[in-house]
Design a protein around this ligand. Structure first.
Ligand SMILES: C[S@@+](CC[C@H](N)C(=O)[O-])C[C@H]1O[C@@H](n2cnc3c(N)ncnc32)[C@H](O)[C@@H]1O
Length: 282
């Protein structure tokens, strides 16, 4: 029943969708639904069971829609980002994990055996490291991140995983993990967008630049990461590195030319774009 305090939800959602579309938001209907579900305190899938919205909720929803129309990332407004089976805390100062990275994390999980040591370089929120801790039998997971603001989010997200060690450090420094050797799996989603590439406002204004841009050719972090992975891995261990879709040839070539890797393989994402390269340490 729609009383004075309540309004039908459908037109409120339709208006939010058209406002977000006008603001250039990529998936306006989905974002309107996520925000409505957040305000109503339900899963997005249950939204279709709700007919009305109270005035107080409608005002809160309108405020969130207005902020999303300013191109503040949806996940910053929700306070969390979904990644595989996890809800990761996100906000200012940390990169919002992307769905395509779930594939690299899944590849790493599939290559982790009981008791293995897994290293996640450029860990951000911990999306990859914590998924490995959550879904694999790894004995030890080391998450390396340089940015102090990102480290705060990473430590917060990692708190419930006792097998995860957070290390503040620079992955381009060969000595970043002293004493760590014989690692079975190294995973990395580094900054890889070539400097100067146009990106949407959600990225340019809210993802830290050092999380996104990887030097003039986008490979400035990947090059030393390949050297570091070769030094960390035991013979037979594996590495997986996410990269820009323009680097389908460059990253496998860097892995091959290092001389310490075999089985170099390129992988597409679900949209058919080249997304990560993997290899085995000889
Ligand atoms: C693309 S984000 C990936 C974050 C997370 N792994 C994910 O998949 O969502 C890259 C991360 O690498 C960090 N980073 C950039 N350069 C780094 C460096 N030289 N050493 C360590 N971390 C670095 C950034 O702060 C950022 O958190």
């Amino acid at each position: 029943m729609v009383g004075p305090e309540r309004t039908a939800l459908a037109p409120v959602l339709a208006k939010a969708t058209s406002d977000l579309a006008a603001a250039g938001v990529d998936a306006p209907r989905a974002d309107a639904e996520w925000l409505a579900a957040h305000v109503l305190g339900v899963d997005r899938g249950r939204l279709m069971l709700i007919d009305t919205i109270r005035a107080i909720e409608r005002r809160r929803f309108a405020g969130l829609v207005a902020r999303r129309a300013e191109r503040i990332p949806l996940q910053h407004l929700l306070g969390t980002a979904a990644f595989r089976h996890l809800e990761l805390a996100v906000g200012a100062g940390v990169f919002v994990p992307r769905p395509e990275t779930e594939l690299l994390a899944g590849w790493g999980i599939a290559h982790t055996a009981p008791g293995d040591t897994v290293v996640d370089l450029c860990s951000g929120t911990g999306a990859i490291a914590l998924s490995v801790a959550d879904e694999s039998p790894a004995g030890r997971v080391i998450a390396v991140e340089r940015a102090p603001a990102a480290l705060l989010w990473l430590r917060r997200n990692a708190a419930r995983f006792p097998q995860v060690e957070v290390v503040g450090g620079d992955v381009t420094d060969p000595a970043v993990l002293p004493g760590v050797t014989d690692v079975e799996v190294v995973l990395c989603n580094p900054p890889y967008v070539p400097d100067g590439t146009a990106v949407p406002p959600e990225v340019s204004e809210h993802d830290p630049a050092e999380a996104v841009f990887g030097g003039a050719d986008g490979l400035a972090v990947i090059r030393p990461v390949i050297k570091l992975a070769a030094a960390l891995l035991r013979p037979g261990g594996v590495v997986g590195i996410e990269h820009d879709d323009g680097h389908a040839a460059a990253v496998p070539e860097l892995l091959r030319s290092d001389g310490r890797f075999a089985e170099v393989t390129e992988h597409d994402d679900l949209a058919g774009r080249p997304r990560y390269a993997t290899a085995r340490r000889v």
